[in-house]
Design a protein around this ligand. Sequence first.
Ligand code: TEU
Length: 542
Amino acid sequence: MEQKWWKEAVVYQVYWRSFNDTTGNGIGDLQGVIEKLDYIKSLGVDVIWVNPFFESPDKDNGYDISNYYAVMDKAGDMETFERLLEEVHRRDMKLIMDLVVNHTSDQHPWFKESRSSIDDPKRDWYIWKDPKEDGSAPNNWRSYFTPSTWEYDEKTQQYYFHSFAIEQPDLNWENPEVREEIYNMMRFWLDKGIDGFRMDVINLLAKVKDYPDVDEPETINYLGNNPGIHNYLKEMYREVLQHYDVFTVGEIPFVTPEDGLLYVGEDRQELNTLFHFEVCDDMVQMDLPRFKEIQKRWYEGMFGRGTNSQFLNNHDHTRMVTRFGNDNEYREESAKLLGTLIHTLPGIPYVFQGEEIGMTGIDFPSIEDYQDIAMLNKYNEEVEKGRDEAEVLEELKLLSRDNSRTPMQWDDSENAGFTTGNPWIKVNPNYSDINVRQAMDDKNSIFYYYQDLISFRKRYKVLTYGDYQPILEEHPAIYSYFREFEDEKLLIVTNMSDEETVFDYSVDTSGAELLLHNYAVENDISSSHLKPHEVRVYLWTS
Ligand code: TEU
């Protein structure tokens, strides 16, 4: 497998609007990111992924773009972005941006022109269809954020297509003019020196031909991986990406390892790596047998031919220590264990801001405390069916995307040091105990454990290029695997449960170094008894 800088990288995701506010308006900004670059660098990460900051009405927190060539006022301005990029590079890190080209905002001039008349030159920059004979929508598809993917436009008496919110009309990628304009925009940012893209739902660009009704609209998997998608991505690679030394990661819902290779296979000339969602979209809480099966299937499906990613939370998915670990009596141990999985399983590790200090999900008392369009749309849809409001709210809380969007917790001052203003979303009430300053002062903090994890990934190639040999595969609580590459061998042993568990596997660790361990040293590491959420990483270097 070819060795590449990006394969050895660790990526830190900055959700800038919740990271650090320097203007006092209650919203984070790009200047705020600049002021925290030394903190990010101190973790040891190589790449920063910044969520969208383009001009936008902000219906979907920047994923509804109205001008691809300008920075939204909330985030700052182009000069600040250029300084951010310069400061990232000065610290020998790289910066990738979010590429959101499946859809725009309905306030984008392109869409305003397109909707102005059925004869407008930009009409088929978007997807317009006549109603069915009874006046209903062209088909029965559901969108991610609404019961239908179609919105009726009175003026031109047609429906337009949107995979997400009504305010996010899908671009028509069948139109070569659209593709050419997107490629020009990509070159504009790449010529500024960015180091790549995280590509938002990039597998949705191609739509099912003729938009037929489907038997199970709730699955929404018909939105992605359709015929034609690889033609678009090969053209994007040919026209743009191959001309720059950049790193691309596709956000690819509904993908299997076999299909994943079609996007990121080293011989495909499309994307470098991908995010799949078999864990974060389809596993509400940790289901260890299923987690083991997913990891094994993706390793066997991709290893040696394509590069996967490892993440357990991001700006769309609840903080992992709450969803997949134990954010109560074993929060620190559990956060370190999950961080160890992300950095020792095959794939590029992604650290979502605040994960490195064990930030948790939230449990706000009222729907008014939640901001995310996906959750608010779903809440209204369910309540409008006549369901009990309190019951619907409780049902939606755990997976609300707002769980990961509360402000970064810097210290125990007001608003966790995130803003001197009124935060756009409530700060997690536990900020007084869980914050960066507390972590810096505690040599056993999750932060310093992450520093070690990341430094070991740089020092030992086995973490990037090693194979994957799971053991105790049927064990209900223990997740353990070897990784080997050249003269390096690792054994990762975890107890994923809240109970003490016996590691009853005969392995001679006498010649090994205990590289990492998440319990204080008084715990007898020679014992086969694993404490709740204990993780041990052993290294042999022959
Ligand atoms: O996410 C796609 C999306 O709908 C995710 O929330 C989904 O649950 C999963 O993570 C992928 O299947 C991207 C952005 O990350 C999200 O913030 C945007 O709202 C969405 O696209 C629309 O641009």
